[in-house]
Design a protein around this ligand. Structure first.
Ligand code: PMP
Length: 447
């Protein structure tokens, strides 16, 4: 109990929150993880890469707002931009100058983006991308991949994190909704396939391509522990979608501005039709973007056969000011800044691997992509051969990771509570990495 004394205010607030809010907090994701024996910590403030909770405990942050923070918490330039907009007023229901300036920055930075629209969340941007793809192609279905999360609309919550044993055959997977409440008719518009298998995709598109409006994917699978694409997979996906008049929707909500200045599409040199950005694009403010090829994006202009795009708060001045300032900051960070971020990330992953192995843990840490995951292995098999969602679950012990994250929390290092993305930010310093590695030496003995 001595360990818990320093969290007394968080414990009290958690008790009160549970009386007011289902799951104690607005996103169930935030409520679902556990840092037991520690409570759900209530954070109060953040500066750079550091956080302070309501009891005055300090942390180095590698959760980074579920990957939403790339330039550290509250960079002064961004705060100033948002404050100025607050002073001017938050919202007037007209177009305004910063909006096209922010779009211009985005379109300049991202080669596949001719035109962009802003919206509040990744979820809504994906939802809009799906509808746009349907409108543009005149086809109804969208193909997604097992283990990928694309936000919480009905159209995306299929085969996100099912039990691998429930998925049926790889050629003809069972469709498992991530939640109750999704209409059967909606489920029928979503197709799912194992990732990283180009032959399967080819077969699927040959068989059903006339009904499929879009293939939607991340370039690295970020929500099931980091999986990298096989060499050439994304290029083949591009070729096949072109061949079958199917749009390629790239979800860069996580990889955008984290994997590199041009996101995953720059890293892999791929050219999707539509891209969705969110999270790090606005460094913690609720602003996302749908962008892409001119001919497709023009379909969002009014007209009888076009696809609509609305929202009182879509591209509202406050968050667009935040996104604009952040994109300017990232421009200054430049390739050099990302190189430093990768150097730090690679040092952290190598150090963690060594420390956990020395403590007797069998772990797999995938290659760093601006973020990484730590898998505690359980089940045999060679993790270097993992290529799809089904390979992960049966071979890992997610509870062991959660115990590690909890122990790190006790040492002042804030990690995601469940196996997920451990993020680097430009605000992390070499000293932060050293401190995280020192903490891991202690935490490794508490897994
Ligand atoms: N796509 C991916 C890959 C994500 O990880 C997320 C959020 N974790 C989303 C889409 C949805 O974004 P948001 O939470 O902003 O709605």
């Amino acid at each position: 109990n001595k360990r818990l004394e320093k969290f007394s205010r968080s414990i009290e607030l958690q008790r009160r929150a549970s009386q007011e809010i289902p799951e104690s907090t607005s996103s169930n994701y935030r409520g679902s993880g556990s840092y037991a024996p520690y409570p759900m910590v209530f954070m109060e403030s953040g500066s750079g890469a550091e956080l302070t909770d309501v009891d005055g405990n300090n942390y180095i942050d590698f959760h980074a707002g579920v990957s939403a923070i790339i330039n550290g918490h509250s960079p002064s330039r961004q705060i100033e931009a948002v404050k100025q907009q607050i002073d001017n007023g938050p919202y007037f229901a007209t177009s305004y100058e910063k909006e096209h300036e922010a779009a211009h920055l985005l379109n300049e930075m991202v080669p596949s983006s001719d035109l962009a629209k802003f919206i509040s969340t990744g979820t809504e941007a994906i939802m809009s991308a799906i509808r746009l793809a349907r409108a543009y192609t005149g086809k109804e279905k969208v193909l997604k991949f097992e283990g990928m999360y694309h936000g919480h609309t009905d159209y995306a919550l299929v085969n996100v994190h099912p039990g691998a044993e429930d998925l049926g055959t790889r050629r003809n997977p069972t469709k498992i909704p991530e939640t109750t409440g999704i209409p059967q008719e909606t489920m029928e518009t979503v197709e799912s396939a194992p990732w990283n298998d180009i032959d399967l995709l080819e077969e699927k598109l040959e068989r059903e391509g006339d009904d499929i409006a879009a293939v939607m994917t991340e370039a690295v699978m970020s929500n099931s522990g980091l999986l990298w694409p096989e060499n050439g997979y994304l290029d083949e996906l591009r070729r096949l979608t072109n061949e079958h008049d199917v749009l390629f929707i790239l979800d860069e909500v996580v990889t955008g501005f984290r994997m590199g200045l041009q996101g995953a599409q720059g890293y892999f040199d791929i050219d999707p039709d539509l891209t969705v950005f969110g999270k790090a694009m606005a460094n913690g403010y609720p602003c996302a973007a749908l962008c892409g090829r001119e001919e497709v994006m023009r379909f969002l202009e009014s007209g009888s056969d076009k696809s609509t795009f609305m929202g009182t708060f879509s591209g509202n001045p406050l968050v667009v000011a935040a996104a604009h300032a952040n994109l300017e900051l990232l421009h200054e960070v430049g390739e050099q800044g990302y190189k430093k971020l990768y150097d730090r990330g690679e040092r952290l992953t190598a150090g963690l691997k060594e420390i956990l192995a020395d403590a007797g843990h069998d772990v797999f840490v995938p290659k760093f992509a601006g973020f990484f995951a730590v898998h505690f292995l359980d089940g045999g098999g060679d993790p270097a051969a993992w290529r799809e969602y089904r390979d992960i679950g049966p071979n890992t012990d997610p509870d062991a990771y959660s115990r590690f994250a909890a122990a790190m929390m006790g040492e002042g290092i804030f990690l995601p509570p469940k196996t997920g993305r451990i993020n680097l930010m430009h605000a992390h310093t070499d000293e932060h990495i050293d401190e995280a590695l020192e903490a891991a030496k202690v935490a490794a003995d508490h897994v």
